[in-house]
Design a protein around this ligand. Structure first.
Ligand code: MLT
Length: 217
């Protein structure tokens, strides 16, 4: 059920349905909302908890997670503030719903992938892993964060008209130089998400799960 309660984002939360499950932080694309990625979340991890906020910025009525000045040109001041806001929301949601804040995996599409990448670079302790569909480089960090023990799956489209071809590779370099283990999956199509890459992401998550740190209450 969609709620806001005492938390800063309108969001959906579904508790885990089995023990020792991660929490998937679902981050929609421009014009989406908190319900968009729930089916993908269920496909990726059927028993996981799902936390799905709605972006708080409106662009002509379309929800986003941060402002942009033009297509692919980000408002970096707003991005910094919104990244902190989202990271704080995750921490508060963990206390509110009683989940383990060390077990959060972001699943972001497009604008949602970009803010997830920004959380990795700016608040590197918030996410245990991230699955980024169609990300760009959100910003070039002045300091290299410590992302050792973080695993990242990137899915990019070879014919994506929105994401320039060098962006996923530059993001991979940034994350890998911070110590993250990064996998890139290249999809034959464009910006739209294909079933094949959701399945590839699911297989990646199944394999990565074995290497996640043991659950601690
Ligand atoms: C963004 O603005 O985050 C990217 O250009 C992707 C999009 O939302 O269109």
């Amino acid at each position: 059920m969609t709620s806001t309660g005492t938390l800063s984002f309108v969001h959906e939360f579904a508790p885990a349905t089995a023990a020792d499950q991660p929490i998937l932080l679902l981050l929609h694309g421009t014009g989406g909302d908190e319900r968009d990625l729930l089916p993908i979340g269920r496909t990726l991890a059927p028993s996981a908890a799902l936390l799905s906020p709605r972006g708080r910025v409106l662009e002509g009525g379309a929800p986003r997670f941060f402002r942009r000045l033009a297509e692919g040109v980000f408002d970096l001041e707003d991005l910094a503030v919104r990244t902190e806001e989202l990271a704080d929301f995750v921490t508060r949601a963990a206390a509110h719903y009683g989940f383990n804040p060390a077990r959060v995996i972001a699943v972001g599409y497009s604008n949602g992938a970009n803010i997830a990448a920004s959380v990795l670079l700016r608040r590197p302790t918030v996410l245990m892993a991230a699955m980024l569909f169609r990300p760009m480089v959100p910003f070039e960090p002045a300091l290299t964060p410590d992302l050792q023990h973080v695993r990242v799956f990137i899915a990019s489209g070879r014919r994506d008209p929105i994401v320039p071809p060098g962006q996923p590779e530059r993001l991979r370099q940034l994350l890998a130089s911070a110590g993250a283990a990064v996998t890139i999956h290249w999809h034959a199509g464009g910006h739209e998400l294909g079933d094949d890459e959701v399945q590839a992401a699911r297989h990646w998550l199944d394999a990565a799960s074995a290497s996640f740190a043991p659950v601690q209450a």
